[in-house]
Write a protein that binds this ligand. Structure first.
Ligand code: TYD
Length: 137
């Protein structure tokens, strides 16, 4: 599992003068079945979210409104994305450390997840994360 397994996904767009529409179907537009949806909103200026990895969870992160930065790391390499379009999602495979910041005013971060919430799936300490074996790709 490395940041090479993470990628931006360009979702379908239905352009319409009445307003555009994007749709996402699990296992079709993203590589997992969606078991949970959550979102971050009312994020105060300067706040940072994330700061953890997941052992088994697959996620897609979308700037459904506004923008924010997400920096991902596999313990060796890191990469920063600026998400600012509601038709792009960043797919994160398991065992990727992520940090989110630079939230614009009124932004909303939507997350599609492959499993229900489980605190035991989190690695919240970076040193512990770095020393945890990453399963083969
Ligand atoms: P956390 O995942 O650490 O937030 P972020 O990565 O966005 O900074 O979750 C923050 C808190 O919310 C933590 O106490 C766990 C709880 N939580 C749930 O109860 N259910 C969920 O689906 C999520 C994502 C978090």
């Amino acid at each position: 599992m490395s940041i090479c397994n993470c990628e931006l996904i360009d979702f379908p767009k239905i352009h319409d003068p009445r307003g555009n529409l994007t749709f996402i179907e699990g296992l079709t537009h993203i590589p997992f079945d969606i078991k949970r949806v959550y979102y971050l909103y009312d994020v105060p200026g300067g706040a940072e979210r994330g700061g953890h990895a997941h052992k088994n969870l697959h996620q897609v992160i979308i700037a459904i409104s506004g923008s924010f930065d997400i920096t991902i790391s596999d313990g060796t390499s890191s990469k920063k994305f600026h998400l600012d379009r509601s038709y792009f999602g960043l797919y994160l495979c398991p065992m990727i450390w992520r940090e989110l910041d630079n939230f614009s005013s009124g932004s909303v971060c939507l997350v599609l997840a492959s499993e229900p919430y489980s605190e035991s799936d989190y690695l919240r300490n970076f040193d512990q994360y770095r020393s945890t074996p990453k399963s083969p790709e």
